[in-house]
Design a protein around this ligand. Sequence first.
Ligand SMILES: [Zn+2]
Length: 329
Amino acid sequence: MERRRLMMGAAAALAAPALLRAAPAGAQAPASQAQAPAPLAQPPGFFRTRLGGFTITQLHDGSRTVPLQGFVRNAPIEEVQRTLAESFLPTDALRITFTAPLVETGRHLVLLDTGNGAQPAGSPVGRVAENLRAAGLDPARITHVVISHFHGDHINGLTLADGTAAYPNAEILVPEAEWRFWTDEAAASRAPEAMRPAFANAAARFRPYQGRVRQLGDGAEAVPGIRLSSAFGHTPGHSVIHVADGAEQLMYVADVTNRPELAARRPDFHIMFDMDGAAAEATRRRVFDRIAAERMRVAGFHFPFPAIGHMAKEGDGYRFVPTDWAASA
Ligand SMILES: [Zn+2]
């Protein structure tokens, strides 16, 4: 269905310029073409901002739409739709967006998560590498990649389509507990059938980096100014990444929440991708309380682009406030 819609969109995109030239003002497009408007393409998706002496570049990986049914496991769909409507989001399906931060510290070039990686032509995701280049950065210059957890949308960009390293000169830093879980053969054999491919996928993504993967415990530093902090629940070793230069702080929360309009506003919503819903909720409250109280900046992998801003405490939940966009920062 998704594939068919995409193909129709692509066909319409090719047809559109011809239509524009041929149709006199006010003319009606034929009904079949009118039903499939061309997707509106955006310019390359990256956004730069400063954090002390560091530069943060938010690299958009694209977005995809998923069914809303079942997305929140512990609330009726009407309640989920009401919450989305409060943020003026569509209520018939959910758009999941993906954005990975890149930190330039002056000494190191550090990518936080990698996006969906190589994709078939026409895919709406997998754009981190292309946006990295659009921002004037060569993947070969990346010195470190820090991974929050091993779900495909975060690690698949580690490899190119042929399975080789996308970041040939980078050291890969991973949460110790996450590495332990996904490399544990007993855990793999205990896992439900549907989860098995995720274990094989993790092994394939790290394979070209043998000898260059370093495990980090809670609080350990990746490079000066960037450290990991345990935030379990979404996965057994899911971690957030704290970036600081002087007094300025940014917390990259990865999947502490999916879209903030859902599980930040309603921390009690248990998202279908959270492996331990109750632990994920407790983590959400703890991490967002700290971010709000310390007024630090926040970036989230599934936040609306440019996916960086602040988090305000509001009632029982939190409101994401995007960073002010400026043409020159
Ligand atoms: Zn994710």
